[in-house]
Design a protein around this ligand. Structure first.
Ligand code: FE
Length: 332
């Protein structure tokens, strides 16, 4: 009796870590592997929870999630840009969460009011300009880039990119459709070249003298500076006397049909924590959402700025309006 009790106890003790190791979370991520794997590895080492993941572009990942429906193995969706987060929520693939931890770690303007997604890093979409051909005082705001004195001096990334759709959606939220359309028409009038495929190409055009200013996410500026530290480019923080710099997020939500919803919520909470935020933002030269976490020193060296406090969900909601507006304005 006694021996079998001890053996039974031993089995329990030995089995406990195996049961814990069987815990897992399956993540679909539009954030690239080198930005998330170091964090998942750390989480697994600390908790014994295995994190399995696939990465793909935001669109295909969401399509896959929708097609899989209730059969999906995905517990957590990580994606970039509020436009994509909003669309995922609208597509009913995310579950509403009630988490005091997430609500404390993620400011209210960087998460879904209905709790279906939470921002995990902030990206500032700001003006980058030539230090040689732009005088101090020439720049002021996104709206100011529509002024005719910028004729033939502006480069922009394509309107097909969700980042610009969110920027224009925020202009709509701020000014209404008609005024926002006048601003975008001004940008188009001022273009020095057809819109570029990505933020890098737009900045390279400024560096090459094709135009004098463009609008990009700051982490692309950081990457460019690492490759070409001698670039005659600088960041300008627009709208400091008005709405503030346009902010977007990368973020995540637990899927509606998660097989491990509690484990997924725990991982999401950890990603918003002091412990994970420095790396989650810093590995991509972004800004943490958690206000108790310091910005990466290189990113901080670009200076502090007033950020737009508009709830990013508002930009998500106006994506379709923004796309139609840019089409009418001839922004390709
Ligand atoms: Fe990006």
């Amino acid at each position: 009796m006694k021996a079998s009790f001890i053996i039974g106890l031993l089995v329990l003790v030995l089995a406990a870590p195996l049961i814990a190791a069987a815990d897992e979370v399956v993540v679909y991520s539009a954030r690239k592997e080198h930005l998330i794997k170091p964090l998942f590895d750390r989480y697994s080492a600390q908790t014994g929870v295995e994190v399995r993941f696939i990465t793909d572009k935001a669109g295909p990942l969401l399509q896959r999630l929708k097609a899989e429906g209730a059969r999906t193995p995905a517990d957590l969706l990580i994606t970039v840009d509020v436009g994509n987060l909003w669309y995922a929520a609208e597509s009913r693939v995310l579950a509403p969460l009630e988490s005091p931890i997430l609500n404390a770690n993620v400011p209210a303007n960087l998460r879904d009011p209905k709790g279906r997604w939470f921002g995990l890093s902030q990206r500032a979409r700001t003006i980058v300009h030539s230090t040689e051909r732009v005088a101090p005082g020439e720049l002021d705001s996104y709206e100011g880039l529509a002024d005719p004195r910028w004729k033939g001096r502006l480069c922009l990334r394509t309107s097909k990119k969700v980042y610009n759709q969110s920027l224009v959606a925020a202009l709509i939220a701020r000014h209404g459709v008609d005024q926002a359309e006048q601003i975008v028409r001004g940008w188009v009038y001022n273009l020095a070249a057809a819109p570029f495929a990505n933020d890098n190409k737009a900045m390279e055009a400024v560096a090459a003298g094709q135009c004098d200013a463009t609008v990009v996410n700051t982490y692309y500026f950081g990457r460019l500076l690492k490759q070409r530290p001698d670039s005659k480019l600088a960041i300008f923080w627009p709208n400091q006397a008005s709405s503030g710099v346009h902010i977007n997020v990368s973020g995540a939500g637990v899927t509606r049909h998660a097989k491990h919803p509690e484990a997924a919520l725990k991982l999401l909470e950890w990603l918003s924590s002091e412990e994970a935020q420095a790396d989650f933002a810093g590995l991509n030269m972004e800004y943490p959402v958690n206000a108790r976490v310091e910005t990466h020193p290189l990113v901080a060296s670009w200076g502090s700025f007033k950020a737009d406090t508009l709830n990013v969900a508002e930009a998500g909601q106006r994506q379709a309006d923004a796309i139609r507006l840019m089409d009418r304005a001839g922004y390709r």
